[in-house]
Each structure stands twice: as structure tokens, then as C-alpha cells.
Design a protein around this ligand. Structure first.
Ligand SMILES: NC(=O)c1ccc[n+]([C@@H]2O[C@H](COP(=O)([O-])OP(=O)(O)OC[C@H]3O[C@@H](n4cnc5c(N)ncnc54)[C@H](O)[C@@H]3O)[C@@H](O)[C@H]2O)c1
Length: 248
């Protein structure tokens, strides 16, 4: 298992579960989130369970914030072997046709969801290259395969995450740094989402081969696999975890 990992957006939802799962398995985790209080609350949960975590307030679209988070991780844990780029503008996003999306909202979604992954990876480059087996997991979405309507900036940003991960995998392979993208299907977390009605939620589950809602644990376990030694010969891949909604 990777020993020291940054999880962006680890203050709630899928990111929170990833932090808890990794910490349970002995990984030291640095949570980078714009919401420091939520990150600190997850650190308390980790500590109560006997794990090691720190929380840093940081915006992944800012290179300076990413550099500061990497420095804090190295100060706290002495090494950095993995990044889970999970932060995104997602649950707060209003749904509307692409022609009604305000330009500043478009730019913000791209800056966080796509550029943020580039910023964090380049800020962490030196320690990742120095590590023996480093791994980056970038959170995309199965909505890329679906092309869900009324979310064009989000879907476009998540499609970009797949291409960016493939390109980064080519450039980092010689350093034995692996880069994979993960595409979760619909995952209902503790965070309420106005964008999916109860009826749509039932329809989404019915569209899966496995007839139960996906959980944050379903995603966190695959993230742990992609960070760890069992996936050592996998890079540049897009791993779809959606109960068999899309067969890719
Ligand atoms: N929940 C789903 O159904 C689903 C499906 C597919 C993909 N995803 C992806 O999984 C990831 C997590 O989803 P979620 O449902 O937990 O999302 P969420 O919106 O509940 O949580 C996102 C977290 O990221 C943080 N964040 C937002 N902007 C940030 C920034 N600029 N810098 C640092 N942190 C920032 C937020 O504070 C929050 O803690 C996202 O990348 C999302 O796109 C989610």
C-alpha cells in the first residue's frame, strides 16, 4: 500500500470515504479542501479510528496552494507516494442547457475539475518521481460515456480528465509513476443533490446491471487498489465503477 497520499476534496462525500479507507489501511493522508472545517472534521474521524491525517485549506486550481499542500505533507509524513485528485465542482452545480451556462461558471468548472489535476500533479512531481512506486488516481465520471444533458461544462471537464491522465501516464511511466482515471457512476453521498430527483435515482439504479445504489465504499476500495501494489502494471487506464451501467 502507498504510504503517504494527498486526497483533494477529502472533506466530504466520496473524498471523505477515500480518506477513511486509506487511513484504515495504514496510509497517512493529507486532505486538501477549500473547506478547512470539513477537512478537520475528517481528520478527527481518522484520529478516533487510530489513523494519521492532516487537513490543509487549499484550492486545487491554485499552483501555490498545491505547492503548500505538498510541502505540508512532506513536513508531516516525510514522503509523498500518491495523489487522489478527487476535488471537483460537482454537487453545487446548477443544471442547465449548455447555451445558458454563464461563462464565469464554465471557466471555474474547468479551472477546478481539469486544471486542478494538472496543478496538483506538477506541484507533487519531485516527490512522486523520487518515490519508488508512486500512483496518481484522477477522478473522472461515467457521465462522460453517458453524455448527460444539462451539465456540459462538468461532462467536458471530466472527459478532459481521461485524456490528461493518459498523457500524464505516458510522461511519467519512465519514473514508475502510474496515472489512472476512475469513472464512478451515480454515488449518493451524505450531501443532498438537487440535480437528481428521487424518480431519476430509481431510474439510474435500474439502468445498472447490479440493482443497488453505488456507495462511497465501492469507489474508495477501487482507489485503494489503484494506489496499491496489486495494480502495479496498470497505467493510463480508465477504470469504470458504476454497477455495470455503461459497459466500456
Ligand atoms: N457523487 C457522484 O455521483 C459522482 C459520480 C461521478 C464522479 N464523481 C466525482 O467524484 C468526486 C467527488 O464527488 P462528491 O460527490 O464527493 O463531490 P462533492 O461535491 O460532495 O465534494 C467535493 C469536495 O471537493 C471540495 N472542493 C471543491 N472545489 C475545490 C477546490 N477548488 N479545491 C479543493 N477542494 C475543492 C469540496 O469542498 C468538497 O469537499 C468529484 O470529482 C466528482 O466529480 C462523483
Amino acid at each position: 500500500m502507498t504510504q503517504s497520499v494527498i486526497v483533494t476534496g477529502g472533506g466530504q462525500g466520496i473524498g471523505r470515504r477515500i480518506v477513511l479507507t486509506l487511513a484504515e489501511r495504514g496510509t497517512s493522508v493529507c486532505i486538501v479542501d477549500t473547506n478547512k472545517e470539513r477537512g478537520a472534521a475528517v481528520v478527527d474521524e481518522v484520529a478516533a479510528a487510530g489513523g494519521r491525517a492532516i487537513a490543509v485549506r487549499g484550492d486545487v486550481s491554485s499552483f501555490a496552494d498545491c505547492q503548500a499542500a505538498v510541502a505540508d505533507t512532506l513536513d508531516a509524513f516525510g514522503s509523498l507516494n500518491g495523489i487522489v485528485s478527487n476535488a471537483a465542482i460537482f454537487s453545487t452545480l446548477p443544471m442547465r442547457p449548455f447555451w445558458e451556462i454563464p461563462e464565469e461558471e464554465w471557466d471555474m468548472v474547468m479551472a477546478v475539475n481539469l486544471k486542478g489535476i494538472w496543478q496538483m500533479a506538477r506541484a507533487a512531481l519531485a516527490p512522486l518521481q523520487a518515490a519508488e512506486n508512486a500512483s496518481i488516481v484522477n477522478m473522472s465520471s461515467s457521465t462522460v460515456m453517458m453524455g448527460r444533458q444539462n451539465y456540459a461544462h462538468y461532462v467536458g471537464s471530466k472527459a478532459g480528465v481521461i485524456g490528461l491522465s493518459r498523457a500524464m501516464a505516458r510522461e511519467l511511466g519512465e519514473y514508475n509513476v502510474r496515472v489512472n482515471a476512475l469513472t464512478p457512476g451515480p454515488i449518493f453521498t451524505e450531501v443532498p443533490r438537487a440535480s437528481v430527483t428521487p424518480e431519476q435515482r430509481v431510474q439510474l439504479v435500474n439502468a445498472q446491471s447490479l440493482k443497488r445504489p453505488g456507495s462511497t465504499e465501492d469507489i474508495a476500495d477501487v482507489v485503494a487498489f489503484l494506489l496499491g501494489p496489486d495494480s502495479r502494471f496498470m497505467t493510463g487506464q480508465t477504470v469504470n465503477v458504476d454497477g455495470g451501467m455503461m459497459h466500456i
